[in-house]
Ligand binder design. Structure first.
Ligand code: AMP
Ligand code: MG
Length: 424
């Protein structure tokens, strides 16, 4: 079946047989979102230093061998293996960066340091500790194998090989890898521009006093942190009261100049109608009731302005739900838009040392603490799993992912966890 356009899906949901906005599974929602995302295509060249976390727009092909010459892996002596039983005349030295200029003849060797070029006339290096030296004569006390302790030219990277593919996100190791090729700049996709704002009459910015019923706007800060970690260009558009005119203005301002707009709050039942009307006027947005906890309401779509169309993610307002829906949906979507391929979070299976109450039928992302006992990693859920309790995200180090079919668990059962480290 061909993919219907977002407009078709938004106006006639029955155009997709399995589409049920009132019972969306995590994987279904991810798949729907994925169909409508397009990676950025504009490129820029950056010095290596500035490329951390950026997505390669061009494949990097090795212009040389790394290392570019055979070199010693040890401090020792380079010699001809066939001469290993002879006393060997030490005829010179090769230091890292200072090659020995000459060739070895029968019965000769050179002193060599780690990284020193192994002359083509030698085929073995013996480490210092396996030799004895008297005056200028070397005796090998333990003969290594032919070719031992020599790092071959090109054993790290070969001339002409693909080093890093287009779509790869640069890690600290990659910065060094590119430098090891002598390449000063890399071509990456431009940074994704993401705007976000909070919605809610009750929200107050930090530094102000709270009146009764008001709360500080924390989602803006968690969103700022999560987006910054991802390496996108962020625009914080503040906390907007539940006022249609202000919301409309902010939404359109954001959509005009950004690739994606993220809001928190205002998508739950009772509030959604408000956002629905607004989004229906300016784009195609789907409102889903996810069968997950936390994070039941979620909206996804596109918002159009005269100058630009932006992807829209409407996240639930509860602070934990905002974070969970970001990590389970938005992060992957943004990575795709950045030009890279999102990879599933690595999961571990570990023993849960406490019982867990859960109803089957939806996926739960409980906040857990993994801890080590005698070399074995175990996990326990934090006591308060309310979606409003943001401290559970700070004190946890993993999500305990309980699938749709999982019901109550006894202490000692095995659960799946997604570690925060590396994710957030
Ligand atoms: P909503 O999704 O707008 O119905 O909000 C659900 C809950 O999350 C309510 O208790 C809100 O007060 C709270 N909430 C919404 N937005 C934020 C925010 N930016 N920071 C902290 N809590 C919020
Ligand atoms: Mg609200």
């Amino acid at each position: 079946m061909t993919t219907p356009s977002l407009t078709q899906l938004a106006t006639d949901p029955s155009c997709m047989e399995d589409y049920d906005p009132n019972a969306m599974s995590v994987s279904q929602a991810k798949n729907y979102i994925k169909q409508y995302l397009k990676p950025v295509s504009e490129k820029e060249a950056l010095p290596i230093h500035e490329s951390l976390g950026r997505v390669l727009a061009d494949t990097i092909v090795s212009p040389c061998n790394v290392p570019n010459h055979d070199n010693s892996a040890m401090d020792g002596f380079a010699f001809r293996h066939q001469d290993g039983a002879l006393p060997l005349n030490i005829i010179g030295t090769a230091l890292a960066g200072q090659p020995f200029q000459g060739a070895l003849n029968q019965g000769e060797c050179i002193k060599i340091m780690t990284g020193g070029v192994v002359p083509s006339s030698a085929d073995c290096v013996v480490m210092q500790e396996r030799t004895s030296v008297q005056q200028n004569l070397l005796t090998i006390t333990e003969l290594p194998k032919l070719g031992a302790n020599i790092r071959k030219a090109g054993e790290d990277l070969m001339l002409g090989q693909t080093v890093l593919p287009q779509g790869h996100r640069m890690t600290p190791a990659d910065l060094g890898l590119v430098a090891s090729l002598g390449i000063p700049t890399v071509t990456v996709y431009r940074r994704l521009k993401v705007a976000f704002f909070s919605t809610g009459d009750e929200l107050v910015g930090v530094g102000k006093l709270l009146a009764e019923g008001q709360i500080y706007d924390s989602n803006r800060y968690t969103l700022f942190g999560m987006l910054t970690r991802l390496g996108v260009e962020v625009s914080d558009l503040g906390a907007i009261p539940d006022n249609p005119t202000l919301l409309e203005q902010t939404l359109l301002k954001a959509a005009a100049t950004h690739d994606a707009v993220i809001t928190s709050g205002g998508v739950s039942v009772g509030e959604a109608d408000h956002m629905k009307t607004l989004l229906a006027q300016h784009g195609e947005v789907l409102f889903w009731k996810m069968n997950m906890k936390p994070g039941r309401p979620l909206a996804y779509g596109k918002v159009h302005t005269a100058s630009n169309s932006a992807h829209y993610f409407g996240l639930p307002g509860n602070p934990v739900a905002t974070m969970v829906t970001f990590y389970q949906f938005v992060r992957d979507a943004l990575i795709l838009m950045m030009g890279a391929s999102p990879k599933p979070y690595p999961t571990l299976k570990v023993e849960c040392t406490e019982s867990i109450k859960k109803a089957a039928g939806r996926t739960e992302f409980q906040r857990g603490v993994m801890y080590e006992v005698d070399g074995n990693w175990k996990v326990k859920p934090l006591p308060n799993q309310s979606s409003g309790v943001l401290s559970s995200m700070s004190y946890a180090n993993c999500f305990i992912v309980l699938g749709e079919t999982v019901a109550n668990l006894n202490a000692g059962e095995t659960v799946e966890v997604q570690l925060f480290e590396g994710i957030i």
